[in-house]
Ligand binder design. Structure first.
Ligand code: ZN
Ligand code: FE
Length: 264
């Protein structure tokens, strides 16, 4: 008997706190799953109790903030899991420390680690090239990016450019449901961008149903996310109105957009 090949990995959303997503990455071939950024253990435990045929084998951590790591201890107590995450910041309970360009095996799949400093200095993204799935944490959001708590605008720009270089069809799973607010901001930056206007309408109806607006896709982000469009003249011109000095570089544009968005 030959093994049945399925359509590949599946991803499903678990909700935590007010707007966090804990992504469950599922390999239906072996009924093993991994939780990404479990800031709270309880939604993961509840799902596993309701789906006893599944085994949680791994936990992936993108960065050290509490809403991403808070559930590690309890998951380690209850399950035989391997916790994978970045060095630099102290994350208790890591079993495997990863850094830029590492390739690891998770659920039988290759996962590439991409260092994406900016929101924090330790931040990494996880990319599954075989399935074109990206877990971007608090770096690349749908139509936005994370706040600059530890890194510089230049670091965030480099990080976003690395993610933008992934295939357009890459599905983007970020850690928060911020899409609607981000699109209102994107529209303020580019009032004449038709794709932003169309996406805003779609996301408004998705949120009106209380549904999840993710995953996004890299191609869609390149067309509608102002933080990936800091080389576009219209975006630089709009950010100029909110900047103290003349904007001549994409990094200066990103810095200005980020400060504008903080007060938006
Ligand atoms: Zn964070
Ligand atoms: Fe967060």
């Amino acid at each position: 008997m030959t093994a049945q090949k399925t359509g590949g990995m599946e991803v499903l959303e678990l909700r935590a706190f007010t707007d966090n997503y804990i992504w469950l990455l599922l390999n239906p071939d072996e009924n093993h799953c991994a939780a990404v950024d479990p800031g709270d253990a309880q939604p993961v435990i509840d799902w596993l109790n309701e789906h006893p045929q599944w085994t949680l084998s791994d936990v992936l951590i993108t960065h050290h903030h509490h809403d991403h790591v808070g559930g590690i201890d309890e998951l380690k107590q209850q399950y035989n899991v391997r916790v994978i995450g970045p060095a630099q910041a102290p994350i208790p309970g890591l079993d495997l420390v990863v850094g830029d360009s590492d390739e690891i095996k998770v659920l039988g799949r290759t996962v590439q680690v991409i260092a994406v400093p900016g929101h924090t200095l330790d931040h990494v993204a996880f990319y599954l090239p075989g399935d074109q799935i990206l877990f971007s944490g608090d770096t690349l959001f749908a139509a936005g990016c994370g706040r600059l708590f530890e890194g510089t605008a230049g670091q965030m720009l480099d990080s976003l450019e690395r993610l933008a270089a992934l295939p357009d069809a890459t599905r983007v799973y970020c850690a928060h449901e911020y899409t609607l607010g981000n699109l209102h901001f994107a529209q303020a930056v580019e009032p004449d961008n038709k794709q932003i206007a169309d996406r805003l309408l779609e996301v408004e109806s998705t949120r009106a149903r209380g549904a999840c607006t993710l995953p996004s896709a890299i191609g869609l982000e390149k067309a509608t996310n102002p933080f990936l469009r800091t080389s576009v003249p219209e975006v630089q011109a709009a950010s100029q109105n909110h900047a103290p000095a003349s904007i001549t570089t994409p990094a200066a544009c990103l810095q200005s957009l980020r400060e504008w968005k903080n007060g938006f």
